[in-house]
Design a protein around this ligand. Structure first.
Ligand code: GLA
Length: 378
């Protein structure tokens, strides 16, 4: 990919360039907990957004997306915001860097990627983190710290893309480390790396190809539900809520809000249980928690869909250790922890049954836990 991007850059802009990359992510457990001040457990993967960049000496950004074969040009002032959604991710990162006192000047860029779009693997966070990292390196002597880079991406989503997301995706994309999952406490931002090589198991994603699109999705509504319950409980976020506290306000909140909060309270604890289980090498517990998360996301949080529930059922039938919908929901992938000796049968069965029911096979995505944002050496 690097050579193709550099060649395209040379053709289009005629100068040398520097290349940067940032990764998509998986999340083993801890879904919709980040904006509730809870824990998440993601890792960066070997699917990237890569950008070739050079300073152009003007006050304009000129950007070409290879995957969309689309070009856009914009200035760096607030009123220069482009119309195209894809370009707003880059514009947003420039603006959020400037708002934090960082320097951004005109640059030329060509970018491309292999993070599947709309699959819940955070292609947008990879794009934001790639540019946040690059602008820090090119214009700011790397003085902006890594959490601030993640927040630049998150604020881009909030202020330029209409998604009130938490910090998980951008955190994973910036902080990712080869062979490690990371437990992040989204309230204190404390984080810990957990080496992850489940001997005898494989981690595989099945993409339902139902496009998940968080912009205009009920994602923001889920967040509002949680905030309403937290306000009724008189706590800052659901991080500070318990089942008992929730039971006490049951009459004061809607049934829907009640179920949303019930899921979040359970999920908060499951992340900690999974971390403990991993330290003991107890993958059966990890898997059981994953199934519980799926049930909660499907029934209480209601962010699943028929196709993902079906993939989850097939996983259960095939004796998969753990399976659940991954990411924001409303489509995308399931993440599956499968014993080596059950893998082939599971994949074949899922392909066949899903195809028979929905007319297409799920895409099988094998991932390797990899490094996050970085400069790509020549
Ligand atoms: C999306 C958001 C994240 C997180 C997940 C759900 O990926 O961008 O902040 O809330 O959904 O866990």
């Amino acid at each position: 990919m690097k050579e193709k991007i550099k060649e395209q850059f040379k053709q289009r802009f005629g100068t040398d360039c520097v290349t940067y990359a940032s990764a998509g992510r998986i999340n083993l457990i801890g879904e919709h907990t980040d904006y509730n001040g809870g824990f998440v457990f993601p890792g960066a993967i070997d699917k990237y957004i890569m950008a070739a960049i050079n300073i152009n000496g003007t006050d304009k950004v000129r950007v070409y997306s290879m995957d969309m074969d689309a070009y856009c040009e914009f200035g760096l002032k607030e009123e220069d915001a482009p119309q195209e959604q894809w370009a707003r991710y880059i514009f947003g990162v420039c603006r959020e860097t400037i708002k934090r006192g960082g320097i951004v000047k005109g640059f030329d860029t060509v970018f491309a990627g292999n993070v599947p779009l709309g699959a819940g693997l955070s292609s947008s966070a990879a794009l934001e983190s790639c540019f946040a990292f690059a602008l820090n390196d090119m214009f700011n002597d790397n003085k902006i710290d890594k959490f601030e880079l993640a927040k630049i991406g998150q604020s881009t989503e909030h202020n330029y893309c209409g998604v009130n997301c938490g910090i998980m995706d951008q955190f994973a994309s910036v902080f990712g480390k080869k062979d490690c999952l990371m437990r992040l406490d989204c309230r204190s931002l404390e984080h810990e790396y957990f080496p992850f090589h489940p001997e005898g198991y494989k981690l595989v994603l099945l993409n339902s190809k139902v496009k998940h699109e968080l912009v205009d999705s009920p994602y923001n509504k889920r967040r509002e539900s949680c905030e309403r319950v937290a306000a009724t409980l008189g706590v800052e976020t659901l991080r500070d809520a318990s089942y008992t506290m929730l039971a006490d306000v049951r009459d004061k909140i809607s049934d829907e809000d009640y179920r949303r909060a019930r899921y979040v309270i359970g999920e908060k604890q499951r992340v900690l249980d999974v971390c403990d289980a991993l330290e003991r090498g107890d993958y059966e517990t990890v898997g059981r928690c994953m199934f519980e998360t799926h049930d909660g996301l499907s029934r209480d949080y209601e962010v699943s869909c028929e196709e993902l529930d079906y993939l989850n059922d097939v996983a259960r039938e095939c004796g998969v250790t753990g399976s659940r919908i991954m990411g924001g929901g409303f489509g995308g992938c399931t993440i599956n922890l499968v014993k080596d000796d059950r893998y082939d049968n599971f994949i074949a069965t899922a392909r066949e049954k899903f195809n028979a029911k929905y007319g297409h096979e799920p895409e099988v995505i094998n991932v390797i836990i990899s490094d996050g944002a970085h400069k790509v050496e020549d």
